[in-house]
Design a protein around this ligand. Sequence first.
Ligand code: VG1
Ligand code: CO
Length: 543
Amino acid sequence: MHIREIATAPISGQRAGTSGLRRKTRAFMAPLFLENYVQAIVDGTGGAAGKTYVLGGDGRYFNAAAIQIILRILAGNGAARVILGQGGLLSTPAASHLIRKTGADGGFILSASHNPGGIEADFGLKYNMANGGPATEGVTAAIVAASEKISRIRIADSADITLDALGEVTLGAMQVRVIDPVDDYLALMEELFDLDAIAALIAGGFTLRFDAMHAITGPYARALLVDRCGASPESVMNATPLPDFGGGHPDPNPIWAADLMGLMMGPDAPDFGAASDGDGDRNMIVGRGCYVTPSDSLALIADRAHLAKAYRVGLAGVARSMPTSGAVDRVAAAKGIACHETPTGWKYFGNLLDAGQITLCGEESAGTGSDHIREKDGLWAVLMWLNIIAVSGQSVADLMAAHWQRYGRNYYTRHDYEDVDSAVADQLMADLRARLDSLPGQRFAGLRVTQADDFAYADPVDGSLSTGQGLRLCFADGARAVLRLSGTGTSGATLRIYLEQLVTAPGDLHHDAGDVLAPLAAAVDAVAGITARTGRSAPDVRT
Ligand code: VG1
Ligand code: CO
């Protein structure tokens, strides 16, 4: 087979954000954009010769075509083997597991995760390392450097392969093994959880609804919840992956999973509701009339994980991203285990997991996971909750009430201002950053600042330092606000404001989070001038 060298030049904007490279789909489809980026990944990671890769995506528009291009470039660069999900599909957690299981050198996951899909929407590419986790800052920097001096692409002159047939094909000297995207993941879940106990719970009349949001988790949820655990077929809604996710926004939160939320808050609510995102790594958990914030979900799982088979021995430690609430910290303190606070993004958990320092970790953005893989895992969280419910015999609402009674409640919400003018957002952050030292002692809308800083993280395993990871404002009486700019958007800036208030008084555990956090939101507006600078009177999304 002939291998061609195409002359090329650097294309700007090939720096990955919080989780891979995300751009408008049309930008990804522009001549040589994807080709350049894939070649830069190969060049920035020491070449592809003789290596094995895992490849798959969430099925969004351009998925299949992108897979053919990536295969040709990997063949052109001498890769030995590619393990490809049938139909070009793999959830992010399934890809992470396959990399680890097969001992692959890395993996390419085609997804813009919770961002909408379609020719007018978003596309993305994440490169994961041999540990199954997202590329670290160091690896990302090497890829950026390669993209900035790229001069040629090596590509095999070959026809498209069939993505739908299981089995092996060759592309020149490269072997491509097309596998079922679900099987290995299913086997892993079987090892971690007592699926028979979940099946018995369902057989006993427990009802549930899982919203796959027309994204990648449909086939996984059907196999696990319906075929393995005996839930009724209607239990999995929007189960067929579609290239545009049915026109929806595959982000499992109360705003974008509004249909499921409506059902769960209504008179016909099943016992348990859940949803996942575009690439299957996020989760939303909701009981009958009871939405569980992701921060609370992490804390509850940390408290009760020993009820599930693989976690019976207890936890080595836990970690949460900095903007995630301190609810899990209180569980860790009670259990006498370490709790690490890392920057936003799963890549920062990798070293702690690899070193065996933590067993569980999570983020306020609906990401929860454990040392079973190196990505967050939506269906894992769903099964963990079902396993805890099956063993404890308690409902979601009862579990949360008991949790708050014991540990207190960290009321929590996130306000997102989307598509803000980038210059305005940058200036807002820069001005606040410049004033941080002067804030302690000052009052804003009645609340007194006790501490203010710009979060930096020194990785305890390899010592690497990450700075500028979000502005933290602590107020008297256990209130905290964090401001940071999103690293996953594709137009303008998204300003995220994370609000938290710890309450321990037993009579104050069941208020509305929005009401409890309103004074804090007002204080943040007074400190940072959000309304005045952005011209927005309210956030676009509250989670
Ligand atoms: C967001 C979340 C972050 C998450 C990231 C990737 O990043 O805040 O917690 O790790 O998305 O999730 P940002 O920079 O936009 O705040 V996924 O499921 O979109 O890969
Ligand atoms: Co995702």
